[in-house]
Design a protein around this ligand. Structure first.
Ligand SMILES: Nc1nc2c(c(=O)[nH]1)N[C@H]1C(S)=C(S)[C@@H](COP(=O)(O)OP(=O)(O)OC[C@H]3O[C@@H](n4cnc5c(=O)[nH]c(N)nc54)[C@H](O)[C@@H]3O)O[C@H]1N2
Ligand SMILES: Nc1nc2c(c(=O)[nH]1)N[C@H]1C(S)=C(S)[C@@H](COP(=O)(O)OP(=O)(O)OC[C@H]3O[C@@H](n4cnc5c(=O)[nH]c(N)nc54)[C@H](O)[C@@H]3O)O[C@H]1N2
Ligand SMILES: [Mo]
Length: 766
């Protein structure tokens, strides 16, 4: 569905008939009109599979079908009738495939056979599973040091697969676990434990039914977690205030037509969602949050002095927190001039938002990548925690902090041990259960893995899902590093860029998807996942596998483990694969919060993993929730050359990360193209640019390396001055590897200083 090229206004609300129509087109294109429809009906049902799309919880996993356009696309993409076979690989060299777009690569369809790269023909050739595993084992066993291998995970892997993966890798001897979350919510996972003692959110779905107001920072629910729109719509209709801070006026934040609601559908009406949509400058959120807190703190001082009334929740602050004095001093010292310049918003706008927040009995603060993917990522997350703590919006009904996770099981993978910095308790439990001593030395995250690869210190790279080469920063440098590997191994469902930028030897190992039946020695198996709100539930595939050669992810991991560790392994790999209940028993033995695991997932809806902060128990060093400071307001626009723009890289409505479903982004009015730069008219005029002009984007970074992407079409858009936006992953070559949050190492994908230059290479009529 490449579609006809155009830029035009899209006036429809988000959701509604537009969403139904779009999904139908995708089903037809994936050649699954009938099967696809029945497949969709089994999604998020008690006996069905968990949606492989986003991590937003489903109301009960017990309810009737809930329509979600992008969940539907994720399923259609996996359940497609198209196949990527050995014949296909024989007909196309890697050099040729490298010229294909990401969209074209994934459109080939599901991988059907294990494949190994053949240097002589520059093609992937079929290989037996036994040979493939032997290749992995031979390379890993030959390394002088286990730390010379890296083991990446993308967040679609189940708890069972992820647990076995970390078990294999730790028995092998390293903690090198670069993970997609290092590029995503790591700022949350690193920032929040210091504030609250847990790195996860503190709300449940029900809280959305009880809250008075919802603040949404840098998150696009209509595209990236559309089932969240049901909660937002209900809250808006109840009269709760919804306030968002986002450089884009995202359509779903404006108005939404619920496909669940026959009346709205029949009458073509919609529900206004966010009454107040504030177009913050890219990277300006810390200024907004400090501005909100400044208003509150000063209002509280005044109200107490003049009327003896408290605006802040002092009972909570005194009983549960530490550090209030320093925070108050910090926000009082912050000047409005600076807040306005950094945020691009007026004092009046911020004051009005603060009034709404102050008056609300219960508030939820939601955030996404607009907060985390900055050099001040963890700092931004901690300022949001401060905002909640000032009003005691933590651990009470209808209130709390809500990081919206990305991949459907990214949170679960972390819970069961995918981390480069394991705690001594976790390692101790692993040793107790399995009887080997796991490595204690901290391993690589994504950024440090790439740095080590660039230096040639990593020889083998194994990837459990994902498309790392497209998702990472600084392509010029980092892709070269991938080409220097001795071996790259990708466990995948679809062909992607990471399979083409490979090591001297390379394997593609095709696996079952979540929608497919997984039969092992004791019969069909279920896996489990944890959603954004820490609910754990079972998922059972129901489609026949895309090919009879596919193996499940757990079985592939067990095969690699056996081939690498041989009989010296203390783990009964074959036993685990025969019956996944035994994997869950092992998880429970190592991680006590999974007590009763196998019994509890058999209850419809699954179970909630305890979150101490939700109980107002603070697992921090101080035993309190901590108000933490962030020095300054982030990068100062005035300090830079006035020519510099801050570029943010975002997802279109028709993509799932590096998977491009189509070249259109209908809510933002872009059709049939992705090489566009969204720019405000004031910035265009300043540069003498008009709509459809082609420009090159050049990173401003002081290391002498040229980072440029060429020929982007200027699209006038109501966008804050000093800022601009383009799509991910097309702009990833611009992100310097060194541009990351120093605390969490999250790359600053949403804050790239660039200059734009009129393109020489290419001019094109619109
Ligand atoms: N359909 C679909 N669903 C998905 C995904 C997908 O690609 N497609 N990806 C999944 C994954 S892994 C993740 S992490 C989530 C991502 O979901 P989101 O967190 O929604 O991710 P993005 O679309 O990258 O950006 C979020 C919003 O931040 C805004 N933004 C950009 N820069 C700034 C800034 O500096 N400040 C503020 N306040 N806002 C800013 C953007 O305009 C955008 O609306 O979604 C998950 N779900
Ligand atoms: N510039 C910029 N860069 C970013 C971001 C951004 O906002 N801007 N966002 C970042 C974020 S939040 C994330 S999470 C990362 C995403 O990075 P990744 O998680 O590495 O990338 P995905 O595109 O989700 O991976 C897609 C591939 O996963 C494979 N796959 C799909 N389903 C399965 C399955 O069930 N099993 C297995 N084994 N494989 C499967 C398919 O082969 C598919 O090609 O990108 C990051 N990069
Ligand atoms: Mo993500």
């Amino acid at each position: 569905m490449s579609g006809k090229k155009s830029i035009r206004r899209y006036d429809e609300p988000a959701g509604g008939w537009g969403a139904l129509k779009a999904l139908t087109q995708h089903l037809v294109e994936q050649e699954i009109p009938v099967k696809g429809a029945t497949t969709l009906l089994r999604m998020n049902q008690p006996e069905g599979f968990d949606c492989p799309g986003c991590a937003w919880p489903d109301p009960k996993h017990t309810s009737s079908f809930e329509f979600c356009e992008n969940g539907g696309k994720a399923v259609a993409w996996e359940a497609t009738a198209k196949r990527c076979t050995p014949e296909f690989f024989a007909a196309h060299t890697v050099a040729e495939l490298s010229t294909w777009s990401d969209y074209e690569l994934e459109m080939v369809g599901r991988l059907t056979h294990p494949m190994a790269y053949d240097e002589a023909s520059d093609c992937y050739l079929p290989v037996s599973w036994a040979e493939a595993f032997a290749t992995v084992g031979r390379h890993l066993a030959a390394l002088p040091n286990p730390d010379m291998a890296d083991f990446y995970t993308s967040g679609r892997a189940s708890n069972e697969a992820a647990f076995l993966y970390q078990l294999f890798v730790r028995e092998f001897g390293t903690n090198n676990f670069p993970d997609c979350s290092n590029m995503c919510h790591e700022a949350t996972s690193v920032g929040l434990p210091q504030s609250l003692g847990v790195g996860k959110g503190t709300v449940l779905l029900d809280d959305f039914d009880k809250t008075d107001c919802i603040f949404i920072f840098g998150q696009n629910p209509g595209t990236n977690s559309p089932r969240m729109m049901t909660s937002l719509r209900d809250a808006a209709r109840r009269g709760a205030s919804i306030i968002s801070f986002n450089p884009f006026r995202e359509r779903a934040l404006e108005r939404f037509q619920s496909p669940q609601n026959p009346l709205e559908m029949a009458t073509l009406t919609s529900t206004p969602i966010s009454g107040r949509l504030h177009q913050v400058r890219v990277g300006g959120d810390i200024a907004v949050i400090k501005g909100l807190m400044k208003v509150m703190v000063e209002a509280d001082e005044e109200a107490r002095a003049s009327h003896g009334i408290e605006v802040l929740d002092w009972d909570f602050i005194r009983g549960h927190t530490a550090g209030i004095d320093a925070l108050m001093a910090d926000v009082k010292a912050t000047q409005w001039d600076d807040i306005e310049r950094h945020s691009g918003l007026t004092r009046a706008v911020i004051e009005e938002a603060a009034q709404i927040y102050m008056k609300a009995e219960r508030a939820i603060v939601v955030f996404g990548m607009g907060i985390t993917q900055h050099r001040h990522g963890a700092g931004g997350v901690q300022q949001l925690a401060n905002l909640c703590l000032l009003k005691g919006n933590m651990g009470k009904d209808g209130a709390g902090l809500c990081p919206v996770r990305g991949h459907s099981n990214v949170q679960g993978d972390r819970t069961v041990g995918i981390t480069e910095i394991p705690t001594p308790e976790f390692l101790g439990q692993l040793e107790k259960r399995f009887g080997f001593t796991p490595p204690a030395k901290h391993g690589h995250n994504v950024v440090t893995a790439l740095e080590a690869m660039v230096k040639g210190e990593v020889r083998v790279f194994v990837s459990l899902g994902g498309n790392i080469v497209a998702a990472i920063p600084d392509w010029e440098q980092t892709h070269q590093a991938f080409r220097q590997l001795d071996l790259s191994v990708h466990i995948a469902t679809k062909l992607n860029r990471s399979h083409l930028i490979h090591g001297r030897e390379a394997l593609i190992l095709p696996c079952l998807g979540r929608t497919e039946i997984d039969v092992q020695a004791t019969g069909p198996q279920s896996i489990t996942v944890e959603d954004s709100m820490s609910m754990v539930h079972a998922s059972t595939g129901m489609n026949p596998p895309a090919s009879d050669q596919l193996k499940s992810e757990p079985a592939i991991i067990a095969g690699m483990a056996r081939a690498t560790l041989g009989r010296r392994s203390v783990v009964d790999w074959e036993g685990f694969i025969a019956d996944y209940d035994t994997i869950r028993d092992a998880i429970e033995a190592v991680i006590p919060i999974f007590e009763g695991y196998n019994a509890r997932i058999r209850v419809p809806g699954g179970f909630h993993l305890v979150s101490s902060a939700r109980e107002r128990i603070w697992a921090t060093a101080s035993g309190k929730a901590n108000f933490l400071l962030y020095a300054g307001l982030g990068e100062d626009p005035a300090q830079h050359d006035p020519d510099v723009l801050w570029l943010t890289s975002v997802r279109s409505h028709d993509q799932y990360n590096t998977t491009i479903y189509s070249l259109s982004d209908r809510y933002r009015g872009v059709f049939g193209q992705r090489d566009v730069l969204f720019l405000g008219t004031a910035e265009m005029e300043k540069r003498g640019l008009k709509a459809d002009d082609r420009v090159d984007l050049v990173t401003v970074w002081a290391d002498g390396i040229e980072r440029v992407v060429r020929g982007f079409k200027v699209v006038p858009h109501a966008f804050p001055s000093g800022s601009c936006a383009a799509y991910y992953p097309e702009t990833n070559p611009l992100v310097p590897l060194g541009a990351h949050d120093p605390q969490s190492f999250t790359p600053s994908y949403k804050g790239i200083p660039i200059r734009i230059i009129r393109s020489q290479a290419r001019t094109e009529a619109a």
